[in-house]
Design a binder for this molecule. Structure first.
Ligand SMILES: Cc1ncc(COP(=O)(O)O)c(C=O)c1O
Length: 364
């Protein structure tokens, strides 16, 4: 088997959940495990999160929720966006908690339900992606409240810039509170309100309400450099491979596709079996580094689909040596953010793109 894999530290997941759970108490913690738990493995992460005291899980797709149910997970699962109306039977079949914000799905669920289905009404307070306009919220809440087949369990919203803009987040928060109050003032019971993602939960205590929805923090990553640095979150993902081939070339040789760069000196080049098909961005070709024996080495040329080449100079690097692409090796570390910074993206995208070709090894 190809010696390239992803180490997933489930003890770090539990640690991260415990830290945030304590911070936000008495709010409940809903762990966001969509997109295969941001590339970390949905079922093992969900199980670890529940062990650490998370009360809820959240996903984007019904198929993601079904995977959790098929694995025997019974915790409540929130669908973070409104599924198509045709999915109403699947919501009941898998005992899911749908987000709703438009009449057709609300009516379809109400017509199908035999016992009250809990629904969470989403309000768009400024993210402008999904959700009911605040001016429609009361009518929709009333529609749900008047439907014997439905139970308005929560009203919620989502922040657009909680990691970077306190003013706009404050505006969203006020609008959300006004909307919730208006619904409650009309005599409609709302057992839960929720608004905060990881950044909101950490930076805005007033946004914690009854539950927070924690994605990136679960994985030990900060939503931004300025948020959560003092919490001691532990990165969960480590990307590991091995040297599978070492070859010698004179100065001026140009390894890999495109022959983009000459070797500065006579030396050795190590080939490592990981490439862009595994989620290692091709944009790292000229700037990426790897760890071997606790030391940084630069890529020697373009990232290819299945391999990278690394300039190890005259060092005694051998076939079989461990290579760390993301994570810690000895005293050295390549954080996820290093790849993100080099490639003009965010840590979220890097971990989500670590592909299915690489097996996950779960450490308890
Ligand atoms: C609606 C919603 N809530 C919460 C989250 C979790 O956000 P974060 O990963 O920043 O904690 C997401 C993630 O995209 C989301 O879409």
């Amino acid at each position: 088997m190809r010696p390239t894999w992803v180490d997933i530290d489930l003890a770090a997941v539990e640690h991260n959940i415990s830290v945030v759970k304590e911070l936000v108490a008495p709010a409940a913690v809903c762990v966001v495990v969509k997109a295969d738990a941001y590339g970390h493995g949905d079922v093992p992460v969900a199980e670890a999160a529940l062990t650490a005291g998370a009360e809820w899980l959240a996903v984007a797709l019904i198929s993601e929720a079904a995977r959790l149910r098929e694995a025997g997970i019974n915790a409540p699962i929130l669908l973070l966006s409104e599924p198509p109306v045709a999915s109403a039977p699947a919501i009941l079949q898998w005992d899911l908690t749908p987000t709703v914000y438009s009449r057709p799905l609300i009516e379809a669920l109400a017509a199908l339900a035999t016992t009250p289905v809990p629904v969470h009404l989403k309000i768009d307070t400024g993210m402008h992606r999904l959700g009911a306009a605040p001016s429609d919220a009361l009518d929709l809440a009333r529609l749900i409240d008047d439907s014997p087949g439905l139970d308005l369990q929560a009203v919620w919203t989502h922040f657009a810039v909680a990691e970077q803009d306190a003013d706009f987040t404050g505006v969203q928060l006020s609008l959300f509170e006004e909307t919730v109050n208006a619904i409650r003032s009309a005599g409609i019971r709302i057992p839960m309100a929720h608004a905060a993602n990881t950044a909101g939960a950490i930076a805005f205590p007033a946004a914690r309400f009854d539950m927070i929805r924690m994605g990136i923090g679960t994985y030990g990553l900060q939503p931004a450099r300025s948020v959560g640095a003092d919490l001691g979150l532990r990165p969960v993902m480590k990307v590991v491979s091995e040297v599978t081939f070492v070859h010698e070339h004179p100065a001026g040789s140009r390894p890999s596709y495109g022959r983009t760069r000459p070797l500065a000196a006579d030396g050795r080049v190590a080939s490592i079996p990981i490439g862009y098909a595994d989620g290692m961005p091709r944009l790292l070709s000229s700037v990426g580094e790897v760890l071997i024996g606790g030391k940084r080495y630069p890529l020697a040329g373009t990232v290819t689909m299945d391999y990278i080449v690394v300039d190890v100079g005259s060092d005694p690097v051998e076939v079989g040596d461990e290579v760390v692409l993301i994570g810690r090796q000895g005293a050295a570390e390549i954080p996820v953010e290093e790849w993100a910074n080099h490639t003009g993206t965010i840590n979220y995208e890097i971990v989500c793109q670590i592909g299915p070709r690489m097996p996950r090894r779960y450490r308890p």
